[in-house]
Design a protein around this ligand. Structure first.
Ligand code: B4P
Length: 191
């Protein structure tokens, strides 16, 4: 199995690049943001709880997202590998992911961290908010709250995987294709 974490702050291009990477490498895409938005669209109890937090720019509780990832991994026993997008976002999520993969005799091969300046992140998200219909992209104070959550709770995930030499920084500004080529080069080196 080849398991990859695509990492970076909100708006760094994780979702954009994930679409291209799964097409090239045949990995199963697991985005906790997409899974949560699907729960919201289906108006489940979990979705309703998640929406309140997401609309404020806050993270959803660890137990909720870990449960979703556990189920998704179990539902794809034949996957040749997973691309984790927007997960893990806390140390507890990182430890839970390592344990889930360990049970399958697998592990994370690499964490690719997209590096983008804060001004560019805010610009991209406000721009997406004009067309996406995502309520967490339209207000600058909510975007700033998401960036705050990222700095306080998520940035340390890169340090966690760096302890085992798995974190690689990648320039996240430039054209989508240029960034895709940089990510692909790092994957090809390890696959
Ligand atoms: P996510 O869905 O993960 O969304 P995101 O962090 O905003 O990034 P996304 O992947 O969508 O954006 P992208 O960078 O591709 O999370 C949403 C919320 O869900 C969180 O705030 C949280 O509440 C909750 N949540 C999700 N996972 C969780 C977890 N594990 N634990 C707890 N809570 C969780 O793209 C942004 C924009 O930039 C796009 O418009 C794109 O077109 C543009 N763009 C991309 N690349 C570009 C480039 N090179 N140049 C110019 N623009 C570019």
């Amino acid at each position: 199995m080849f398991n990859l974490i695509l990492f970076g702050p909100p708006g760094s291009g994780k979702g954009t690049q994930s679409e291209k990477l799964i097409a090239k490498y045949g990995l199963k895409h697991l985005s906790t943001g997409d899974l949560l938005r699907s729960e919201i669209a289906n108006q489940t109890a979990l979705g309703l709880e998640a929406k309140t937090l997401m609309d404020k720019g806050q993270l959803v509780p660890d137990a909720v997202v870990i449960g979703m990832i556990d189920a998704a991994i179990t539902n794809h026993p034949k996957a040749r590998g997973f691309l984790f997008d927007g997960f893990p976002r806390t140390k507890a999520q990182s430890e839970a992911l390592d344990e889930l993969l360990n049970k399958k005799g697998a592990s994370i091969n690499v964490l690719l961290a997209l590096n983008v300046t804060e001004d560019e992140l805010i610009k991209r998200l406000l721009n997406r908010g004009l067309t996406s219909g995502r309520s967490d992209d339209t207000k600058e104070d909510v975007i700033r709250a998401r960036l705050g959550e990222y700095h306080n709770k998520t940035a340390s995930v890169a340090d966690y995987y760096n302890k085992s030499g798995k974190t690689v920084l990648v320039k996240g500004e430039g054209s989508v294709d240029e960034i895709f080529d940089s990510l692909s080069a790092e994957i090809d080196r390890r696959m």
